[in-house]
Design a protein around this ligand. Sequence first.
Ligand code: FAD
Length: 486
Amino acid sequence: MMVNKRYGIHWFRRDLRIAGNESLRYNWSQHAGRVLGLFCFDSEFLKRADFSHNRFAFFLKTLRQLQSEMRQQGGDLLVVDAAPSKAFPQILNELKRSDYGLPSLVSWGRDYEPFARARDQQIENILQSFQVNHHTERDHLLMEPHEILKDDGGFYQVYSPYFKRWYASVLAEKGQRRIQAQKVSEGYAQRLIQGDLKNIFQTSWKDFKGLSFLDQLEHFESENKKSVTIAIPEAGFLTAYRRLQEFKNRVGDYTAQRDLPFLDGTSQLSLYQKNGSLVSSQILQTVGFRDQQFVKEIAWREFYYSILWHRPDVEASAFLPQYKNIKWQNDASWFQRWCEGTTGFPIVDAGMRQLNTTGWMHNRVRMIVASFLVKDLLIDWRWGENYFMKMLLDGDLAPNNGGWQWAASTGCDPQPYFRIFNPWLQAAKFDPDAEYIKQYVPELRDLPAKIIHAPDAERGIAGYPEPIVDHAVQKTKALQLFALSE
Ligand code: FAD
């Protein structure tokens, strides 16, 4: 059936959706729907220190949804067990020798992490050696890092002026065109809900008979599930779409509620953004620009991608050079207690337990626990960054690194290092009735909030520890540590 027909391959990476996927659409339009989906998983990733079986499980669920969505529409997604640099030569060689011949195009959505940039360059070279064209498109960022620059051509190191320019670009014709181009059609979402899909794809890997590639999705799922430690939420485009529609009705309360961890006041879309089940433009297209604070949060994510693009060294070390060699105290037993949520600081423990049991943590609490690790326990921010990557379902290098460096004062926050969060005051301000704390630290359930929030109170709860450190003492030590490093 396929012989002598031109076809393309779409290489999925972190754009795991069909709706509003522009590079997939381009490939599709070039081949009258004859596009095959491919995902390559490099098992070497399993050995990385920050590899997360929980996040991988969420990722696999997303892939499973995508595969099923493609198959329902006459297409297919093949998940292979090999690094792209091995998978592409193997697949292309086999196709070349077969009756089907080479694809005329490989497409993908652009990615900006240092690892991805090197990998994509390698794949471009491989494709060139096979004389196969490639086509890439912007995907998960509304504005790419090279597009939002200062008048002198340099990149923004401070968020506020970055936001000003980013926002102007989003409102300008280019931004609005992009938002329209990635728009999710309501008709598509409805057909997906009703299971009433048209055959938009005109080929599947099954049409390529006699080839040796095996779909490994099920294998990955069954191997990985043995190591999963939490309940993995539903994944994929439709789940994300529904979550977005539901958030649309709440966005009016966002500014008032977003800092209160005991409320469901934020969108909780970050985990879907991580895998590209939805992208920023689709979120803004749906919720609109009414809530400026929400738009600003979307822009924070893009700002951190810009920093990572222009300063890839931040992956390993401080953005501000004067803080590259701080003499952190790095007490391993304190770190362990921070990870477990047994520091005796109720808001910190609640946050860490939320992370450990759900794979997500509220942004305000992320800031509190990060500041606490660095400026109260005097532990290297990279230890915390790494632990977050292991535990967060939305773990994403750019915002995670940016968030940690912001909290540690080693990053691009214009505030100097002596702004130090007081965890007691933060808890009293953002969780006044200790509702959030009581949810995740049930040992404290019967105590009045004012006792929970008082640093010197006699809590006397069996099984709940006394505060691991004295905040005032540690604050002085942190200030000395930073001052010595300048
Ligand atoms: P909402 O409040 O609904 O915001 C909407 C979207 O804006 C989010 O989905 C996210 O994409 C973006 N956003 C919101 N706040 C921020 C922010 N402070 N920085 C960057 N983007 C933001 N976010 C991740 O996606 N992955 C991470 O690994 C990550 N690690 C973090 C580590 C630390 C120490 C800190 C302080 C923040 C981190 N963040 C990270 C940012 C932020 O906490 C999450 O994006 C947010 O909590 C996700 O919840 P939400 O979708 O309900 O956000």
